[in-house]
Design a protein around this ligand. Structure first.
Ligand SMILES: [Zn+2]
Length: 370
């Protein structure tokens, strides 16, 4: 199967090309060769993007299908219980009408720690409550870290997610991992070849994550007000350590609590950008809000409000997450890469809102019916 998209503006994951032809052969992007294609599309006035990557989701039944309709071709799940994960993986491998996924599998948290309360609260509203409230392994001390990580490797986790959250800013106070246990987990994960991504929502929790040597953060923190020099200091520390940060500002927007947190989170994203920290667009999408797929388009708007150019926001949802999660086959438009593509009306490299004007989505080269 050969598909040719002619005369289209291309955002290749890093930069924009005003006009090009893009050929798709089966499930791969190929170099145009002048031969006829089975399907030819006129891309005039449209922009072709790499399939979008949401770098922070919680994937349940229906999530991957919903994400794909919004042009999200890969979800990076940050906590999935084994039976649910096995089901979602099978779906992503078998079907072309759902997004692909990578997952942390079971995250590392203290007994009863975040997000146990959230999971118990949402479980009755799910088709399969056991996907949220099933039992899972927790951890309390550094000596357990190596075995905890080995169990995640055995389950097929793609990276380790560690929770540092004492509940002070959201739900009721809960037990959280001590700094020494966080550090032991990061070290064990690194020894096992896994990246560690930390959930931290305050300045103090973020500092614990940085002290432990994490690879990435799953949220921007939201307790430094605009103008607080602590935000810039922490951002510079993250930059010096080469840590990437998943934004997930939209989650602060939809999860209630103080409206200041949304403004703070946007300001922190701006500080991280100025410091040169790689920003990855993420949502914390779940079956309720933010919605899978839809939430990422809102996140891109929030990132541009935080100071990213539309092009930087597009990179934050394509090439940057691909690079930082080791997904070498996607996130860019180049010959040989996987044909995960999104075609939109207009020019999102100038007006980010155009990412919502989707005309076509390809997943592994398969054009989705719309
Ligand atoms: Zn999350």
């Amino acid at each position: 199967m050969r598909t040719l998209i002619r005369d289209v503006r291309v955002f290749d994951g890093e930069q924009a090309v005003a006009r090009a032809d893009v050929l798709v052969v089966d499930d791969r992007i190929a170099e145009p060769d002048g031969r006829r294609a089975d399907v030819e599309l006129d891309g005039t006035g449209r922009t072709l993007l790499p399939g979008l990557i949401d770098a922070h989701t919680h994937t349940f039944d229906g999530s991957l299908a919903q994400a794909l309709t919004y042009g999200v071709t890969t979800e990076l799940d940050m906590f999935c219980l084994p039976p649910n994960l096995a089901r979602q993986r099978l779906l992503a491998a078998d079907r072309d009408d759902v997004a692909d996924l990578r997952s942390a599998g079971v995250l590392a948290t203290a007994p009863g720690g975040h997000p146990s309360g959230v999971m118990a609260a949402v479980a009755p509203h799910l088709g399969r409550p056991e996907d949220a409230n099933g039992p899972f392994e927790t951890i309390t001390r550094p000596a357990q870290a190596a075995a905890f990580v080995a169990a995640r490797v055995a389950e097929g986790s793609d990276y380790l997610k560690v929770v540092i959250d004492d509940g002070a800013t959201g739900w009721a106070p809960v037990l959280t991992l001590g700094p020494d246990t966080v550090k032991a987990l990061v070290d064990a994960a690194r020894a096992a070849g896994l990246r560690t991504i930390a959930h931290a929502v305050t300045c103090k929790e973020t500092a614990i994550a940085l002290d432990a040597g994490v690879d990435g953060l799953a949220h921007v923190w939201a307790d430094t007000a605009p103008g607080d020099p602590a935000a810039d200091e922490l951002a510079e520390r993250a930059a010096a350590q080469g840590v990437f940060v998943v934004s997930a500002i939209v989650n602060y927007e939809v999860s209630g609590g103080s409206p200041d947190r949304v403004a703070n989170a946007g300001h922190v994203a701006g500080a991280l950008r100025r410091a040169g920290v790689p920003l990855l667009a993420g949502t914390d999408a779940n079956p309720f809000a933010p919605l899978h797929g839809d939430g990422l388009h809102r996140e891109l708007e929030l990132l541009t409000r935080a100071g990213l150019s539309p092009r930087e926001a597009l990179a934050a949802s394509t090439s940057v997450p691909a690079r930082h999660f080791g997904l070498a086959d996607r996130g860019r438009i180049a010959p040989g890469l996987r044909a995960d593509l999104v075609l939109v009306e207009g020019d999102p490299t100038r007006d980010i809102a155009a990412t919502r004007a989707i005309t076509d989505v390809w997943r592994r080269g398969v054009r989705q019916s719309r």
